[in-house]
Design a binder for this molecule. Structure first.
Ligand code: DC
Length: 220
């Protein structure tokens, strides 16, 4: 069947500003914004809560049956619900970030998340950000952007964001977490983070939010 809705895929390294750009684009174009990373984070939070060890892939595959994810836009903010509970803030905590890449590398987790993401992209105009959107989830996306930025700048941006939220953390810890996640995300077996051949590279080390938005709009 020929798809008539529009899909924009934004992939890239951790803390590159993918979600900021994706949100701005979705608002400008009146598309739905889907943060696929939030889904992996919610699954991770659930597994932490039920104390499932990461090594227990079979158990995790079974546990996925007990996970229900919902999305809502409330006062312009995207919220994610894990079995009915709004976990939008909790999933950004460092203890979740520390495990999320390991959880996202598990095949059963990826298969389940990709299926949900593809369902969302069947009829709606959407902007989705993540790691494998242009390669695996929507290889036929209308526009693919691959974001990158200097790792030091990325760590500083994320550090300030977490500090502003009151997290007790050092810049080194943030830098280490990003480096660790980039490593796992790019080297895992299941749909690793790589640039799709037809994705346009956007290095935003020296670009402000408006310039990034314009960069994408110019390519639509
Ligand atoms: O975008 P984020 O930092 O919130 O994503 C959290 C983790 O989820 C990231 O380290 C890798 C994983 N992820 C993924 O494997 N595939 C996606 N499409 C999105 C995120």
């Amino acid at each position: 069947m020929i798809r008539t809705n529009k899909i924009i895929a934004i992939d890239g390294y951790s803390s590159c500003g993918k979600s900021t750009l994706a949100k701005a684009l979705a608002t400008k174009l009146r598309y739905l914004y889907v943060d696929s990373g939030a889904m992996y984070r919610a699954v991770t939070l659930h597994l932490i809560r039920v104390a499932r060890p990461i090594e227990d892939e079979e158990g995790i595959a079974e546990e996925l049956e007990n996970i229900n994810l919902d999305f809502e836009v409330k006062s312009g903010e995207n919220r994610i619900f894990l079995n009915g509970e709004d976990v939008s803030e909790e999933i950004r905590q460092m203890y979740v970030s520390d495990l999320v890449s390991e959880v996202s590398a598990i095949k059963a987790v990826r298969v389940a998340m990709v299926a949900q993401q593809q369902k969302l992209g069947k009829r709606l105009d959407i902007v989705m950000d993540g790691r494998d959107i242009g390669t695996t989830v929507f290889p036929d996306a209308d526009l693919k952007i691959f974001m990158t930025a200097d790792p030091k700048i990325r760590a500083e941006r994320r550090y300030l964001e977490l500090k502003n939220k009151g997290e007790n953390i050092t810049l080194e810890e943030v830098f280490e977490n990003l480096a660790h996640r980039d490593y796992i995300d790019t080297t895992r077996e299941e749909s690793p983070l790589i640039r799709a051949d037809d994705a346009i590279i956007l290095d935003n080390t020296n670009l402000n939010e408006e310039e990034q938005l314009q960069f994408v709009l110019d390519r639509l």
